[in-house]
Design a protein around this ligand. Structure first.
Ligand SMILES: Cc1cc2nc3c(=O)[nH]c(=O)nc-3n(C[C@H](O)[C@H](O)[C@H](O)COP(=O)(O)OP(=O)(O)OC[C@H]3O[C@@H](n4cnc5c(N)ncnc54)[C@H](O)[C@@H]3O)c2cc1C
Length: 283
């Protein structure tokens, strides 16, 4: 059984600017404009914001950083909704994703199914406060191991039970009489039925899996939604595992789009995580 303490974030996709189309729009409207940023997320938000007042002709000095900084100051955050990233997040617990999916506006999720995917090879996420204490760690490990073993046992027994039920159902069906006449030994369920049996077994057996069970989730979110998440989940009041995820996401986002996320400060906390704060919350 593998134990995990750090989330992994894969930046799956991000936007690109279609320069030809931008040039066509500017030409069609008789203006020339260019940005000092080459980051699609920073550009698309500035372009979108400038549409509101058609302010391409005489931009104020300071370039993209100043423009997006002003958007933060006046909290005109809807233009930040045009910048979008997709992340694949692994090495996080089911309790973390239960909190993550509460973020609704501007988010999309696709999470590993415990009904279809076998959890008998599951990994578990251990909270740092437990991992750093040998006594707590051994209590945690014993509980997780027991739950894991119960899951494997239940899944096996449920599989046999449901399979038998399906075979009995099949034997009682009018179709069976004809097929059995051709091949009396063919009692093996077909592929679709096998999937249904496994799903029925796993969806019941998973009821004993702990919150610590590792999961994987693909998330797509826009810059405004991500800022809201960073502020709520990077807070000192947030749960440490999701605060760690917020910090990993912030690192990726600052690197990719500093003009959108560079205003965040990270302050070390006694538990080893970092509090995330900004002078421009709730943009
Ligand atoms: C430290 C902490 C502790 C928490 N504790 C608990 C807890 O004990 N129990 C619990 O159930 N949850 C808890 N939560 C979750 C919290 O209540 C929110 O569900 C979660 O943080 C998502 O916030 P949100 O609704 O603002 O985000 P989103 O759903 O992403 O919404 C973003 C913003 O859009 C607007 N919005 C979204 N949906 C609507 C709507 N339907 N109507 C009007 N405006 C809308 C709001 O302005 C909202 O702030 C906790 C969160 C934190 C950070």
């Amino acid at each position: 059984m593998k134990i995990i303490t750090i989330p992994t974030v894969y930046l799956l996709s991000k936007q690109s600017i279609q320069q030809g189309e931008l040039d066509r729009f500017l030409t069609d409207h008789g203006v020339s404009w260019s940005s000092d940023s080459s980051v699609a997320a920073e550009l698309v938000t500035e372009i979108a914001g400038r549409v509101c007042y058609m302010s391409y002709a005489k931009p104020r000095p300071g370039g993209n950083a100043a423009y997006l900084g002003h958007i933060k100051e006046v909290a005109h955050g809807s233009v930040f909704e045009h910048a979008v990233w997709s992340f694949l997040v692994t090495g996080v617990s089911r309790s973390l994703t239960h909190e993550l999916v509460r973020h609704r506006a501007g988010w999309a999720y696709s999470q590993l199914s415990q009904r279809y995917v076998d959890e008998s090879v599951a990994e578990y996420v251990e909270p740092d406060v437990i991992a750093s204490d040998p006594d707590l760690h051994s209590i945690w490990l014993e509980a997780v191991t027991q739950a894991h073993e119960a899951y494997v046992k239940l899944a096996d027994k449920l599989f046999e039970k449901v399979k038998l039920q399906k075979v009995m159902e099949y034997l009682r069906s009018p179709l069976a009489a004809g097929i059995m006449a051709c091949n009396p030994l063919n009692l093996e369920p077909d592929r679709e039925t096998r999937t249904a049996i496994r799903k029925t077994a796993r969806q019941a057996a998973r009821s004993v899996l702990p919150n610590a069970t590792e999961t994987k989730i693909t998330v797509t979110a826009n810059a405004r939604a991500l800022r809201h998440f960073l502020e709520q989940r990077g807070s000192v009041h947030a749960e440490p595992e999701i605060r760690k995820l917020a910090n990993v996401l912030l690192e990726v986002l600052v690197q990719d789009a500093p003009n959108l996320f560079g205003d965040y400060k990270r302050t070390p906390l006694p538990d080893g995580t970092f509090e995330i704060t900004t002078d421009h919350p709730k943009v």
